[in-house]
Design a protein around this ligand. Structure first.
Ligand SMILES: NC(=O)c1ccc[n+]([C@@H]2O[C@H](COP(=O)([O-])OP(=O)(O)OC[C@H]3O[C@@H](n4cnc5c(N)ncnc54)[C@H](OP(=O)(O)O)[C@@H]3O)[C@@H](O)[C@H]2O)c1
Length: 327
């Protein structure tokens, strides 16, 4: 039996500005929900590139809290208690979602406070470990395809980094919606991606995608840099490139749009705060059309190792921190 006081919890804290290397497992005060918040007992927390990017001092616009703070933005767990002004949730509900962005998320801990609009019911088909791999990448992939690009069933789409967190969800959404899907990854991911629904596979280490494929209607660029510029070349006139890693500079956007007659679009999942996108993702999961690949799990205390693995840039699917024993 757990003999620790109920006012504390185990959490991963960023202690000083030295980045991911400064993460430490600490006994910290358990957060109290405000009147408009839920307290969630974390069962699992998903890992995203955003975690180590923010810990390492990038994306300053997304963090407004003094050190020390608790990272982690993807959560799956059980509602422990409900603030006085919250309706629609009660203790014992199983929920998942993307918490507090901009801001320190706090999901790398045994308990986290969340706003009601940040979470929705966990998909019944998924364990907490699987569900924790979904919110950020699921919302991003869904928003990119259906809101930013406005894809149609007869579109052809090129998805870069198709085996990554965003990519593997995007491949499944696109295949489910009837699109012809072209995916880039390294050779070892070909069989995996064909299984997920990729029709044409490009081994980016040995092939130049612009030499291999017919023009596409949409590109989802989860790589950025020169891949964004090269992607504009393969979009048909009037097509769309949705790029994710960073907002491209305006002069580059103007040049690409003028040269290739392609729309270059960037958005941040942090702007998609409504729960409706995650609810639509959940519907596709419940329908059996989409499921996350969980490549590896780590105990909460090994968050630093998980973030270092994410930072290699070559994870298939998702990494997840397990906090409670899964059902
Ligand atoms: N704008 C937004 O709101 C938003 C939201 C979420 C994520 N993002 C950004 O989107 C990017 C992708 O996120 P993620 O979670 O999908 O990352 P991730 O899971 O870490 O992506 C890893 C994948 O990238 C693949 N990859 C690496 N270099 C590649 C290349 N040159 N061509 C093709 N594939 C390559 C790897 O495949 P191999 O192992 O086969 O090389 C690996 O499967 C990150 O920059 C992230 O910060 C932005």
């Amino acid at each position: 039996m757990d003999s620790r006081p109920s006012t504390t919890m185990q959490a991963i804290q960023l202690q000083n500005p030295n980045g991911t290397a400064a993460l430490a497992s600490k006994e910290t005060p358990r957060p109290q929900p405000a009147d408009d918040e839920l307290l969630v007992r974390t069962h699992a927390a998903g890992v995203n590139p955003l975690d180590w990017l923010i810990c390492d001092g990038h994306l300053r616009q997304l963090l407004d809290e003094p050190l020390p703070w608790i990272p982690g933005w993807d959560i799956s767990g059980v509602v422990e208690s409900v603030g006085a002004d919250v309706s629609g949730f009660e203790a014992g509900d199983t929920v998942y979602g993307m918490v507090r962005l901009p801001g320190a998320g706090g999901a790398f801990a045994e308990y986290a406070t969340v706003k009601p609009h940040e979470v929705t019911s966990k998909p019944a088909r998924l364990s907490h470990t699987e569900a924790a791999g979904v919110p950020m990448v699921g919302q991003t992939a869904f928003h990119a395809l259906f809101e930013e690009a406005g894809v149609d069933a007869d579109d052809r789409i090129l998805i870069h980094a198709a085996a990554g967190g965003v990519g593997h969800m995007a491949v499944q959404f696109a295949a489910d919606a009837g699109l012809r899907v072209i995916g880039t990854a390294s050779e070892r991911n070909e069989a995996y991606l064909r299984e997920l629904g990729v029709d044409e596979f490009i081994d980016y280490r040995n092939q130049r995608f612009e030499d291999e494929i017919e023009p596409v209607d949409v590109v989802l660029d989860a790589v950025g840099g020169s891949v964004l510029e090269r992607s504009a070349e393969v979009v048909r006139p009037g097509g769309v490139v949705v790029t994710l890693p960073e907002q491209p500079p305006e002069p580059l956007v103007e040049t690409l749009q003028r040269e290739y007659d392609a729309e270059i679009s960037f958005f941040s999942v942090t702007d998609d705060a409504a729960p409706s996108t995650l609810q639509r993702v959940t519907e596709r999961i419940d329908a059996g059309a989409v499921e996350p690949t969980i490549r590896n799990t780590y105990p909460l205390s090994e968050a630093q190792t998980a973030l270092e693995k994410s930072a290699t840039g070559h994870v298939r699917g998702k990494l997840v921190l397990t906090v409670e024993k899964d059902e």
